[in-house]
Write a protein that binds this ligand. Sequence first.
Ligand code: ADP
Ligand code: MG
Length: 152
Amino acid sequence: MTDTERNLETEWKTYSPEETFVLGRQLGEMAKKGQIFCLSGDLGVGKTVFTQGFASGLGITEPVNSPTFTILQEYKEGRLPLYHFDVYRIGEEEEMDEIGYEDCFFGDGVCMVEWAEQIRGLIPESAVWIYIEKVLAEGFDCRRITVKGNRL
Ligand code: ADP
Ligand code: MG
């Protein structure tokens, strides 16, 4: 892998939940088996909206919500299995072992991890990071979405 591939970084601004959904959907359409996507950003910034779009891009039609209490939710009806994590409530990285995260991270599908910075030590180098921030200067619904990673 060359340095240019490793340092790929792209930034978008969205002005509504629908736009964030569409961006997620486009990424979902391109997603490849084995990819891990890490979502970072404050509560209510749009990580789940983005994931809903991503799921739609994989061909998943069932409703997608933050698995805040179960940590992990699996969706199998799409082009690839989607493993959707919300690790907000994870205290110790060891708790991830109990959930069997390795089978998801190194499995046959794609992973989307909300609050991934909580388990930074477990995230492989190859993961794609997606940072979502509010841009209040441009309105209550404006979000800056920065995608950093290897070949997207
Ligand atoms: P998170 O998973 O990061 O906690 P959610 O996706 O559950 O956040 O919620 C995001 C909230 O922000 C939703 O109520 C959504 O309607 C609202 N929202 C407003 N503008 C945007 C935007 N540009 N992108 C995503 N969500 C937005
Ligand atoms: Mg969420």
